[in-house]
Design a protein around this ligand. Structure first.
Ligand SMILES: *Cc1c(COP(=O)(O)O)cnc(C)c1O
Length: 429
């Protein structure tokens, strides 16, 4: 690399930052003014300053002040047939669910709820879908999933197949890409009960054509569940317009919910009454406080809940969701594409000559919010980077994952991080 090439990248990063309409939002995040390079906002988003305030105020005023009354109706509220409707804490899973629907996943109200972890929601929804499909047609006993889907998705599907006497039908994929229309067409048929796919592949960042793949599953008579963990808050999703049946997604990645914050579930309204989920708990019952002798599932999305809503875990995501809604998911996506395009250009200049490969799609319309760079030394490179406050993550085989959370990442930060990767690769080669 010549000096002028280095200067050209520097100048490009400054110009991109200066022209970035979202640049001021970075300051709303805790710690964004330090020199630390955060390439892992796609795994655990940075907290907003507003969330720090919200957590403290909640502990002091609501938990500390209202105590057990937090689970009761606000003074003066009417409580008739469904007492839970008057209680703000009891309503939070539905209220935030509707906000996720509106701000991030294109879902009309009454179809999205915040509940358990993504893993547990996957289990509940895939099992419910498998049972409904097999009940309607006993020949449908296969769950279709790709071999490069996130481990928890694969493990949950295998567990359900074993438990229900079904089979897993695996799709082989290129680990630098993801599931294509042809690959899915070859896997679905009259034996398919449900298809489980990730919208943005956790390893390569491949962005699946969710509308087309959903149509392929439906043409084969199957239901489909989309895992939106790496999409929600980063890539536009149109759950209703694309005719999704089911979806789940994390809130601690691009939605800023904090470590272990609860996930969301989407169930298309016309399907809700047909599904019964397997973890029958009191919070999913028709009359929560009747504490009756037997379980009857509630109408609507409440039936997909099981136990007490994780209120504290739902606090920070409200601030990020408000920001996502204010900025708009299309503007977030434009910044995300600009960041990943810049990262790929810088990687081509700084890293490809050292033997590093771009293990993500080069076409931005096929790529989500992260870029994976592969080289045999990347495990050691990652350790070196962490020791100097440059934080990407590592995924086998040899993949350094650069997550570029659009609201909190600058182009200058991206370049500083890639220069650190260059130095570390040189040191390990
Ligand atoms: C992060 C992620 C998960 C995580 O599930 P948890 O239950 O929150 O641990 C699941 N699926 C995908 C595709 C992910 O990226």
């Amino acid at each position: 690399m010549t000096i002028s090439e280095a200067d050209a990248l520097e100048a490009e990063a400054s110009a991109l930052d200066a022209d970035d309409p979202l640049r001021t939002y970075r300051d709303a995040f805790v710690g964004a003014r330090t020199s630390l390079v955060y390439f892992d906002g796609n795994s655990l988003g940075r907290p907003l300053r507003a969330s720090v305030e919200r957590l403290a105020a909640f502990a002091r005023d609501e938990w500390g002040g209202r105590l057990i009354r937090g689970w009761e109706p606000m003074p003066g509220a009417e409580s008739e047939s469904a007492p839970a409707d008057d209680v703000p804490w009891m309503q939070l899973p539905f209220a935030i669910g509707d906000t996720i629907g509106r701000a991030a996943i294109g879902a009309a109200p009454g179809q999205t709820v915040v509940g358990d972890s993504t893993t547990v929601l996957l289990y509940k929804l895939v099992r419910a879908a498998f049972d409904a499909a097999a009940a309607a047609d006993p020949g449908r006993r296969e769950i279709v999933v790709d071999r490069d889907n996130f481990p928890t998705d694969r493990y949950v599907v295998e567990g359900i197949a074993a438990e229900r006497g079904g089979r897993v039908r695996w799709i082989d994929v290129d680990v630098t890409a993801g599931v294509t229309a042809d690959a899915l067409r070859g896997a679905v048929g009259p034996a398919t009960a449900v298809v489980v796919l990730s919208h943005v592949a956790y390893r390569s960042g491949y962005l699946a054509d969710a509308a087309t793949l959903t149509r392929i599953a439906h043409d084969a008579g199957a239901l489909i569940l989309w895992d939106l963990c790496h999409s929600a808050g980063s890539v536009p999703v149109e759950a209703d317009a694309w005719d999704f049946d089911l979806a789940v997604g994390c809130t601690y990645k691009y939605l800023g919910g904090g470590p272990g914050s609860p996930a969301f579930a989407y169930v298309a309204s016309q399907l809700q009454g047909r599904l019964t989920q397997p973890i029958q708990g009191w919070m999913g019952a028709a009359d929560v406080f009747a504490m009756g002798p037997e379980y009857r599932p509630a109408e609507g999305m409440r039936r997909f809940l099981s136990g007490t809503p994780p209120i504290v875990g739902m606090l920070p995501m409200q601030d990020t969701l408000a920001l996502v809604e204010e900025v708009g998911i299309e503007a977030i996506r434009r910044k995300s594409v600009a960041l990943t395009e810049f990262a790929v250009r810088a990687a081509d200049e700084l890293l490809v000559p050292l033997g590093v490969a771009v293990a993500s799609p080069r076409d931005p319309s096929l790529r989500g919010g992260h870029v994976t760079l592969s080289h045999p030394a990347m495990r050691a490179v990652t350790a070196r980077l962490w020791a100097q406050d440059v934080l990407p993550d590592y995924r086998d085989p040899g993949g350094l994952r650069i997550g570029l959370s659009p609201l909190s990442t600058s182009f200058a930060e991206t370049l500083a991080g890639l220069r650190a990767v260059e130095a570390a690769v040189r040191a390990e080669s």
